[in-house]
Design a protein. Structure first.
Length: 260
């Protein structure tokens, strides 16, 4: 790891997003997750008691983050999917409707551009070398991540797309042949894959296609999520920020130098 500060620049649709803006958004999402889980009956323990809504709203960003990570990690897969069972059914129905009947209808794209200085691609890859660490870190990367369990070339995961509506229980399969769009000529594929519902295996025409290129002193990534044709706009637009938060946190994991 370089000893120079790591600089992470985020651009979405030509607009820059600062680290402070993304941190504020993360805080809002941590509070949202705590409120949602409390409403479903999950206790939110803090300093010897379970918090109610007014107390959750008063949490500092650091405390909200710690409680959010802890409460999501307190459940195993059966426990968290049971807690969210009605929400997961609603999400399954949303995605099946979003696919529609036209197999050739264009997908909806969410693209986020990030430039990183002071970190190499090898540094980034070190975070993904250990499957156990990946599973643990998944909850740390985004308030809307509930669990991830790797199973060979696919992963069982639950997350809320686009900071909108309900979480989705799904399988994400790594597939180097997935190309929902033509690759940028100056980038190469970082990772790609497709998504199926965990409940019944439905292919919901949702794809990840992330591209990367080395730059002097770092690298640039073009994060791409491609959604079925009738996905609500709020999900598509919100997922651009979801990816920005997730990738920025991935870069910041384990960094000892100053965050910029």
């Amino acid at each position: 790891m370089s000893t120079s500060p790591v600089r992470i620049s985020v651009s979405i649709d030509g607009h820059d997003w600062s680290g402070e803006q993304l941190d504020r958004l993360q805080h809002q999402r941590h509070l949202h997750v705590l409120h949602t889980m409390a409403a479903l009956g999950a206790p939110i323990p803090h300093e010897g008691r379970s918090l109610g809504s007014p107390e959750i709203d008063a949490l500092t960003p650091h405390t909200a983050r710690q409680l959010s990570i802890g409460i999501r990690g307190a459940y195993d897969i059966d426990g968290i999917t049971t807690l969210f069972r009605e929400q997961l059914r609603a999400s399954d129905a949303l995605w099946k409707q979003a696919v529609g009947n036209d197999a050739h209808a264009p997908l909806r794209a969410a693209v986020t551009d990030i430039e990183v200085q002071g970190m190499s691609l090898d540094d980034l890859g070190a975070h993904a070398a250990d499957p156990t660490a990946v599973e643990h870190n998944y909850r740390l990367l985004n308030p809307d991540h509930y669990f991830l369990r790797t199973e060979g070339e696919r992963a069982h995961a639950m997350e809320t797309f686009g900071m909108h509506a309900n979480p989705t229980d799904m399988y994400i399969t790594v597939d180097p042949d997935v190309r929902p769009v033509s690759p940028d000529p100056d980038h190469h594929r970082l990772t790609s894959g497709f998504t199926t519902l965990a409940s019944d295996g439905t292919d919901i025409r949702m794809y990840a296609f992330h591209q990367v290129k080395p730059t002097p002193g770092g690298f640039a990534v073009k994060l791409g999520a491609y959604f079925p044709p009738h996905t609500p706009s709020d999900i598509v637009e919100g997922h651009k920020l979801h990816m920005a938060i997730e990738f920025r946190e991935l870069c910041l994991l384990g960094i000892q130098s100053p965050r910029v």
